[in-house]
Design a protein around this ligand. Structure first.
Ligand code: GLP
Length: 240
């Protein structure tokens, strides 16, 4: 795993070695990582070097520290295909996971200019402002702030929004979802997002803005989502 003649820094070689062991199944999620002392003795390297490799792997989401217990191999990141417009509920169910929602805010407000513009409504138009924590198998994955015209779905309630909004839109409200446009950006969790997502303030998160249109070109929703970067990986297949 370690070649001291290599120009690559030792912490980096150790990091890559541990990643390889995770990828080829020698180390599995939930397994305890050998201690700093074991690595340092096995490869005759300093504990500082081992610590640096481990810290980097914790930050990248490969490892998880559990206070008083040790360092463990983390759950594999959820891979999210960016092709196809799917809902959170569909995404989790297709992986055999159980989606849940914690509703933290559901109100009707008047659209402020920036939101009105994006929803293609007039300023002051009635809109829903819905903030939800999305969980998979009991673990918080994302925090979402959604804006939607009240005129589009007058009967939407907090209870309905606790389930799948897309499901309701298509099966109950009789609307057809057309396409979505997404922007993805990296960011650092501020206090509020960190608390909600159960991560440390300053941890990396992925911010996604999705604007979804109905088939008839009306804007269905504007959603700002914050995903845990240690639990999510987005991928897209590209044809040439
Ligand atoms: C994803 C999208 C949101 C969308 C949501 C609908 O999380 N990022 O833009 O509102 O799915 O999910 P559901 O139908 O489960 O409420």
């Amino acid at each position: 795993m370690i070649n001291k003649q290599s120009p690559l820094p030792i912490y980096f070689q150790l990091e890559e070695g541990i990643k390889k062991q995770i990828e080829n199944g020698e180390l599995n999620s939930g397994d305890m990582l050998p201690s700093e002392r074991e690595y340092s003795e096995r490869f005759s390297i300093s504990r500082m070097t081992v610590r640096q490799a481990i810290s980097n792997l914790v930050n990248e989401g490969y490892l998880e520290r559990q206070r008083g217990k040790g360092t463990f191999i983390a759950q594999k990141k959820l891979e999210q295909n960016l092709k196809g417009l799917t809902s959170f509920t569909e995404d989790m169910k297709s992986r055999g996971m159980n989606p849940e929602t914690i509703m933290i805010h559901f109100t009707k407000v008047q659209a402020i200019p920036s939101i009105a513009e994006k929803l293609e409504l007039s300023i002051g138009a009635p809109i829903y402002e819905i903030k939800r924590i999305r969980l998979a198998d009991g673990l918080p994955m994302a925090y979402e702030c959604l804006y939607m015209s009240c005129d589009l779905i007058p009967a939407l309630t907090m209870d309905i929004a606790k389930g799948s909004i897309y499901d309701y839109v298509e099966k109950k409200a009789g609307l057809e979802i057309g396409k979505g446009v997404q922007e993805i950006e990296a960011a650092i969790a501020r206090k509020k997002e960190a608390e909600i997502l159960e991560i440390k303030e300053g941890s990396p998160i992925l911010c996604i803005q999705r604007k979804t249109y109905l088939r008839d070109q009306r804007v269905l929703e504007l959603v700002y989502s914050f995903y845990r970067a240690d639990r999510y990986r987005f991928f897209v297949e590209m044809d040439r």
